[in-house]
Design a protein around this ligand. Structure first.
Ligand code: GDP
Length: 568
C-alpha cells in the first residue's frame, strides 16, 4: 500500500505537518498532549500511532477514527506532534531563520485568560509567522459542567445548563477581548469564516477529552487547506536539532526533527542520533547530510552561517548587554525581543555562563556601566563566574521567561539612570535669561532682585553676563558665581518658573573660591542681561540624563544662548 501511495504522488500528496504546543505554565499542555495520544491509541490501535523520539506521529487513519464525519477529505498522511511543550521546542524548530513548525496550538486556561507566557508565545508565533489555533482548555472546570468523555464540543455545550452556557459565553468573550488587546481577531472556530484573518478558539478539556476531536480536525483542516505549498515534499533532507542530552551508556545524543523524502519513510520524523563528538551540538541548529558530491567544509560553513546571522544583531557601536541562552532557537527569540525593545547587544553566547563571559561583559564597565550585565536565558552560571561577576559588579539577570528577564533588566536600567541623574545633577545647567530690577547687596555675596525673562531659576545654576569691548568689539564672558538661594516674598525656593516670578525674585549669587569676586555696579549693572552659564558639557549632560525634563522652550533658549556664549 505504501508503494502504491508513493506512486500516486502528485500535488495533493502532502507530507505530514509538524505541530507544536505552546502556552503559559499549568494551562494543560502536557495533559492535552497525553489526551491526544491516549484517545487515539484507545480508539485506533491499528491506526499505527507511533511514539517517536521527541514527537508523536498520528497517521491519518488514526485521525479519521476520531474525527470521521464522512465529509472530511484528507490530503496529509498524518500529523507529527512535538512532545515537549513550550517555547524551547518551538524556538529550536528552526531552519535558516524561519520555523519548521507548521502549526501551533496555543493553550489558554479558560479560567485564567491570557497570562504572561501566553503573550510571550504570541510574540514568538508572530515573529516566526507561524499559524496557530487556540485551545481554550479546562472547560470542565466551569461550575456545574456535565462531561461527556471525548465528545465534540458543540454537542457537549448543548447539554449544559443555561448557567454553564452563560459562564462559557462570558469567559469566551473576555478571552476574545484580551486577544483584541493584542491586536488579534479571535473567534470560536465554528464561527470562523476567514481562517486567514481570524484566530480560531477551540474549547477543550484535557481531562474529559471534550473538544479534543474538534481540535485535531481543525489542525488537519488548517494545514491542508492553508499551507499545502509548504507541505510539499522536499527533495532533500531538512532537519533541525531539537535537544542535546547525555544518556547513560550512549553518551551525548541529539534528538532531531526531520523533513524527509525517503523510499520507505514518508513523514516528518523525530530521530535520535548517537554518534561521537556530539557534545558541541547546539539545539536549534540545522543538521545536514554530506552526500558524495558535497563539500564538507562548505556545508560546515553553511551550518555556522546560522550563528553568524545572529552575530549581525550585535550593535556596531560596541555598546550593549551580553546575552546568553541555552539553544540557538531561544537565543534567536531573545535577540528578536531585545531588538524590538531597542536594547543594544554587544555579545552573545550559547550554553552555561563561564568566567570568560563575565570578562567580556566587564569591558562594558567603562563604556556604559548600565550595560555591564548578562541576560541569562535558561542557562546555568558556574560558581566561579558568579563570584567574579559579584566582584566586578557585573549584574546577572537569570530567568527562563523572556518577559521576566526583560522586566528585571528594565527595572535595573531605570535605577541606574536615576543614580546617573543624581550624579550628573550638579553638572546640569538649566537655561535662564534675567533682568536686574534691584540690587540688595553688590558684592560677596551679590543679592539681586530679578525678573525672569525666559527659562527657570534653580539653586545651583551658574550665572554670567556678557561684555563687549566698545573699541575692539571683543566679547568677554563674566562669571558671577552660582545661585545659592532664591526667595519670593521672603519664602525660599529651589526652583522658580517664569510664571511664578511676577513680583520679582531675590537671587543670592556666590562665587567659587577659584573665581574672583564680581561687583554689581562695576563689572555689570542693570543694563546687562544675566544668563545661565551653559557650556558644551552642561548641554550634553542635559541631553543624556535629563532629556525628558527639558521643555521645548528651554531647548530653544539654549539654542539662542549658544552663540552668545561662544558654544559651537
Ligand atoms: P502544562 O504546564 O501546561 O504542561 O500543564 P499540565 O498539563 O501539567 O497541567 C497542569 C495542571 O492542570 C495539572 O494538574 C492537570 O491535571 C490540570 N489540567 C490540565 N488540563 C486540564 C483540564 O482540561 N481540566 C482540568 N480540570 N484540569 C486540567
Amino acid at each position: 500500500a505504501h508503494e502504491a501511495a508513493l506512486a500516486a504522488r502528485n500535488k495533493e500528496d502532502l507530507r505530514s505537518p509538524i505541530c507544536c504546543i505552546l502556552g503559559h505554565v499549568d494551562t494543560g499542555k502536557t495533559k492535552l498532549l497525553d489526551k491526544i495520544r491516549q484517545t487515539n491509541v484507545q480508539e485506533g490501535e491499528a491506526g499505527g500511532i507511533t511514539q517517536q523520539i521527541g514527537a508523536t506521529y498520528f497517521p491519518v487513519d488514526a485521525i479519521k477514527t476520531k474525527t470521521a464525519d464522512g465529509k472530511q477529505e484528507y490530503k496529509i498522511p498524518g500529523l507529527l506532534v512535538i512532545d515537549t511543550p513550550g517555547h524551547e521546542s518551538f524556538t529550536n524548530l528552526r531552519s535558516r531563520g524561519s520555523s519548521l513548525c507548521n502549526i501551533a496550538i496555543l493553550v489558554v486556561d479558560i479560567m485564567h485568560g491570557l497570562e504572561p507566557q501566553t503573550l510571550e508565545s504570541l510574540r514568538l508565533l508572530r515573529d516566526r509567522k507561524t499559524p496557530f489555533i487556540v485551545a481554550l482548555n479546562k472547560i470542565d472546570r466551569m461550575y456545574g459542567w456535565q462531561p461527556t468523555p471525548d465528545n465534540d464540543f458543540q454537542s457537549s455545550l448543548a447539554k449544559q445548563s443555561r448557567a454553564v452556557q452563560r459562564e462559557f459565553e462570558d469567559r469566551t468573550q473576555k478571552t476574545i477581548l484580551a486577544f483584541a488587546e493584542q491586536g488579534l481577531n479571535a473567534v470560536l472556530y465554528y464561527d470562523n469564516k476567514n481562517f486567514a484573518r481570524n484566530v480560531s478558539l477551540v474549547p477543550t478539556s484535557a481531562i474529559t477529552g471534550e473538544g479534543v476531536p474538534d481540535m485535531i480536525m481543525l489542525l488537519v483542516n488548517l494545514t491542508q487547506e492553508r499551507m499545502s505549498d509548504r507541505l510539499m515534499y522536499l527533495s532533500e533532507l531538512e532537519c533541525t536539532v531539537l535537544e542535546v542530552k547525555v544518556i547513560e551508556g550512549l553518551g551525548t545524543t541529539i534528538d532531531i526533527s526531520a523533513y524527509v523524502h525517503h523510499k520507505e519513510v514518508k513523514a516528518a520524523l523525530g530521530v535520535k542520533i548517537v554518534a561521537p563528538d556530539l557534545e558541541k551540538a547546539i539545539a536549534g541548529s540545522r543538521l545536514l547530510v554530506v552526500g558524495p558530491d558535497d563539500d564538507e567544509d562548505e556545508l560546515m560553513d553553511e551550518v555556522m552561517s546560522d550563528l553568524t546571522t545572529l552575530l549581525n544583531s550585535i550593535d556596531k557601536s560596541g555598546r550593549g548587554v551580553c546575552v546568553q541562552a541555552s539553544t540557538l532557537g531561544s537565543l534567536e527569540a531573545l535577540l528578536d525581543f531585545l531588538k524590538a525593545s531597542k536594547i543594544p547587544v554587544s555579545g552573545i553566547n550559547i550554553g552555561p555562563v563561564h568566567k570568560k563571559d563575565i570578562m567580556r561583559a566587564a569591558t562594558m564597565l567603562e563604556k556604559a556601566k548600565e550595560l555591564a550585565c548578562i541576560l541569562c536565558f535558561d542557562v546555568t552560571v558556574d560558581k566561579d563566574a558568579e563570584r567574579l561577576a559579584e566582584e566586578m559588579g557585573i549584574r546577572l539577570f537569570k530567568a527562563d521567561i523572556i518577559y521576566h528577564l526583560f522586566d528585571a533588566f528594565t527595572a535595573y536600567n531605570a535605577e541606574i539612570m536615576e543614580a546617573k541623574r543624581k550624579d550628573a545633577a550638579p553638572q546640569a545647567v538649566w537655561p535662564c535669561r534675567l533682568k536686574t530690577i534691584a540690587a540688595f547687596a553688590k558684592r560677596d555675596p551679590i543679592i539681586l532682585g530679578v525678573d525672569i525673562l525666559d527659562g527657570t531659576l534653580r539653586v545651583g545654576t551658574p550665572l554670567c553676563v556678557i561684555k563687549v569691548d566698545p573699541e575692539t568689539q571683543k566679547k568677554e564672558i563674566i562669571e558671577l558665581g552660582k545661585i545659592t538661594s532664591l526667595e519670593i516674598n521672603h519664602k525660599t525656593q529651589d526652583v522658580v518658573k517664569k510664571s511664578q516670578a511676577g513680583g520679582g525674585v531675590a537671587v543670592k549669587i556666590e562665587h567659587a573660591v577659584y573665581q574672583s569676586a564680581k561687583m554689581f555696579g562695576r563689572h555689570f549693572d542693570e543694563k546687562d542681561e544675566i544668563y545661565s552659564r551653559i557650556t558644551r558639557q552642561s548641554i550634553d549632560v542635559l541631553k543624556t540624563s535629563f532629556k525628558a525634563d527639558v521643555s521645548n522652550e528651554e531647548w530653544l533658549l539654549i539654542k539662542a544662548l549658544k552663540p552668545r556664549l561662544n558654544i559651537q
